[in-house]
Write a protein that binds this ligand. Sequence first.
Ligand code: ZN
Length: 316
Amino acid sequence: MSNKLLQLVPEYRDYVWGGQRLRPGTLTAEAWVVYENDRIVNGPLAGKTLGEAAQECGAALLGENPLRRTGTRFPVLIKLLDCNEWLSVQVHPNDEQAAQMEGPDQFGKTEAWYILEAQENAKLVAGVRAGTTADVLAQSMRDGTIADHVEYHTIRTGNTIFMPAGTLHALGPGSLVYEVQETSDLTYRIYDWGRPQRAGRMLHIEQSIAVTNPQATGQVQPPVDLQSTDQRQLVQCPYFTLEILVAQTTALNLDTRGQSFHAITLIEGQGAIECGDERVTLHQFETGLVAASARSYQLRPIGPHGLRALKSSVEE
Ligand SMILES: [Zn+2]
């Protein structure tokens, strides 16, 4: 017996670059809203972590697609990041490199960002400047001048950025970001903007050189024009599918088809996820997880302004 709709308690992380928007009054860099160690607080699964529930429920929670790809481990990590300063320039290996360099049970990391809020002229780094050779890139990583060779993108609210493994990247000051990524611990840090190296923020230069793709220039997609009831795909890759949902006045009907869990993060307004007699209310930046076995369910707006939400799942 398990619930179809899961509410999780996020883990919060504070780092040197955090802000005040995720938990007003407390400096917070990251809210890990869907994470295998997050604890479930509602229904029969209450008290278990998401990872434990995934082990126990298998396809009923995860769905057939992720089960086939990555087994009973929860396959994605979803974070909200409040960036007040530059984050380190980093890169992640792909699945093959991760297994080869770090061990057979390790996974790589492909990730995507959706910009929830961006101050005027906010920038981020995604990719390497066109024409940069592998030699110049390696040399600049070793001598600490990589910031001269990366591609800076000006961003605004509603941009989506897809970053396959091997793409150099860094989030910059003045942005609030939704990030979905493969579950993986492998981050190679190349440059930390001159901040002192210390435990937990060490650099990994040779690993970075080995996995960085000099051809990868990050793609910033413009904001999508949305109708009052809408569902649009923003990113599709083997590891996750990211969509934006709009329900201004009427509920959206959604269906997991048993293929994948749906992680619904409310980004504007207020709403509720309803499935049979289960219901989870969501405020801004809260996430509800719909088990793959839920099949048909509704996302219903509450209040006069409707809602917008992001949905991550693992589709074929
Ligand atoms: Zn990253």
